[in-house]
Design a protein. Structure first.
Length: 116
């Protein structure tokens, strides 16, 4: 590749039979190293998706830096809490979030403080 210099290309097929390509400029990486990197990349993708979907890290409407940092910090703390519940109860983080929401709704229904 002219703009990048020499690269190493990996080719594989996914479960649907479609071609998959991985390109790297690290020539020491072999097939198993690429599989390990793919697993790491996939876990990072899952982390970012869960942080956005479940914890709302991307829904910050605050313009000031301090408020944004607080929002990101709270989102990260919520994600860590979901991961703890996931590990302790052996359920998915999506089910962990729903169990927390169900408990909160149940508590509110038992002791309504505000009329809706």
């Amino acid at each position: 590749m002219k703009a990048y210099g020499f690269v190493k290309l990996f080719h594989s097929k996914n479960k649907a039979g479609n071609d998959r390509y991985w390109v790297t400029n690290c020539f020491e990486v072999d097939y198993m190293g690429r599989k390990n990197l793919q697993a790491i990349c996939w876990s990072i993708e899952n982390y970012h998706r869960a942080l956005k979907e479940l914890c709302g890290v991307d829904k910050c409407k605050i313009r000031k830096e301090l408020g944004q940092r607080n929002h990101i910090n709270c989102s990260l703390r919520a994600y860590i809490r979901l991961e703890v519940v996931h590990k302790e109860q052996n359920i998915t983080i999506y089910n962990a979030k729903w169990s927390i929401i169900r408990n909160a709704i149940g508590s509110y229904v038992q002791e309504q403080k505000y009329a809706l």
